[in-house]
Design a protein around this ligand. Structure first.
Ligand SMILES: [Zn+2]
Length: 438
């Protein structure tokens, strides 16, 4: 028993040291063995041993000599950015996207397949061919698969407990994918991935905690606390969309009445604009759409930007409802950085001010003043990068993907093989070669 315990402890220490050394080299970009010993507190012997193993694994390489100082010129070490590729998947309500991502978050290949409305069966039918296709062009060992799915995710078991808009219940997505590819698979929801991506890639390098609230068809929050994606042993962290904010509000897809999501999601905004156009003949919306039914999110954004008072009032009210969730998160977690993102982002400053003003009414002045609320336009790749980051964090212990430097591309995109085309019955996938992420 004692021998087994000692063996387990040794193995644990070894894994810990490997992660620590790899992460330190990764963060430093280039570093010598002596500097590594200083930064990690490990002995020179241990550093030599661990670095040797990381070089054999192809994760680390010697990249030249350091500055000449006193004594020998040190050999510098660096992480091989393209040592492994990650398959990142983003399942949304309108499409399923996939990408091959390297260790620095550079996207080498990307593919997407369109989905019809509530096409939940099709989403599953397309997932494997999409992963197969990315696998077939990966010319590096694949570290694993990170998947973002909408809904309430039990990250422990890798199960989608409930995705209201897809009508998924207890879908064992991780088991399904793992069984086929025999690779590590991590699953998270889209809001969590946005938070992780914003933490890893966002402009605020000094922020160690943040909340990202994503508003689209669904509304959810992802929370990074002290550098880690906050998840409890249960599931449903950040499921703010189904908190009732008005008992007399409209019925939500979850069955309850007056959920934040039912009142403030994108379809709710469009519906309210359509109602406004129906009762207000003078509304600018009439100039932008032939009929109230033809009003889309773009129409609402245009009317808002053009100064339509009725539309702007809708957005202010939506902001006030979102502020209820923001105020609660600020008060409970004392988090100072809150980003609002998703398809609601084009409402920009007007929405941001409405949220800020309402939060100021709802929490202690000290908390409200410290809270930095920002509307962020989410890039197309944000969720994919979050899914890649989830895998890197769990498998290699890497925390911040990118220092603010252009990542070095180990492979010229020109040498990448062509991706085989994947024919979908309702459309062709579009494959793109991507430049490394800046
Ligand atoms: Zn609900």
């Amino acid at each position: 028993m004692t021998i087994l315990l000692e063996k387990a402890t040794r193995q644990h220490t070894k894994e810990h040291n490997h992660r620590l050394v790899l992460r330190t080299i990764y963060d430093a970009i280039t570093v010598s063995r002596a500097e590594l010993a200083r930064l990690t507190g490990l002995t020179r012997t241990t550093i030599s041993e661990v670095v040797g193993e990381l070089i054999v694994q192809g994760l680390v390489e010697e990249v030249g000599q350091g500055q000449v100082g006193v004594g020998r010129t040190p050999t510098l070490l660096s992480v091989v950015d393209d040592a492994r590729h990650i398959i990142a998947i983003d399942i949304t309500h309108s499409e399923i996207k996939g990408a091959l991502v390297n260790l620095r978050g550079a996207i080498w290949r990307q593919a997407q397949l369109p989905l019809g409305v509530q096409d939940s069966e099709r989403a599953l039918a397309l997932l494997f061919p999409l992963i197969d296709s990315l696998m077939s062009v990966a010319d590096r060992p694949v570290l694993g698969i990170g998947i973002s799915s909408p809904g309430v995710i039990d990250t422990g078991s890798g199960t989608v407990r409930r995705a209201v808009n897809f009508n998924w219940h207890d879908l064992p997505l991780r088991t399904m994918v793992q069984a086929r590819y025999n690779l590590p698979v991590y699953l998270g929801n889209d809001s969590h991935m946005v938070a992780l991506a914003e933490y890893m890639f966002g402009r605020k390098e000094d922020t160690h905690s943040l909340v990202a609230i994503k508003v689209g068809r669904g509304i959810g929050a992802g929370i990074v606390l002290n550098g880690k994606l906050f998840q409890t042993e249960g599931f449903g962290t950040g499921e703010i969309g189904h908190v009732v904010v008005d008992k007399h509000g409209p019925q939500c897809k979850c069955g309850n009445f007056g959920c934040l999501e039912a009142i403030a999601n994108i379809p709710a905004i469009v519906r309210r604009a359509q109602e406004l156009a129906t009762r207000e003949p003078a509304s600018l919306l009439h100039q932008l759409a032939a009929t109230p039914q033809a009003i889309t999110l773009d129409t609402v954004v245009q009317a808002c930007v053009a100064g339509d008072a009725g539309v702007q009032q809708i957005i202010v009210e939506i902001g006030q409802y979102l502020a209820i969730a923001v105020a609660n998160l600020v008060a409970i977690l004392s988090i100072q950085r809150i980003v609002i993102t998703g398809r609601i982002a084009p409402f920009g400053d007007l929405l941001c001010r409405a949220i800020q003003q309402e939060v100021a009414q709802r929490v202690l002045p000290e908390l409200a003043q410290a809270a930095e609320i920002e509307i962020l336009t989410q890039g197309d790749d944000t969720v994919l990068l979050g899914a890649a980051a989830l895998l890197l964090t769990n498998e290699l212990g890497l925390v911040r993907l990118i220092k603010r430097q252009e990542p070095q591309a180990a492979t010229s995109p020109a040498t990448m093989p062509d991706v085989p085309s994947l024919v979908a019955s309702n459309g062709q996938p579009s494959y793109k070669k991507r430049r490394p992420v800046a």
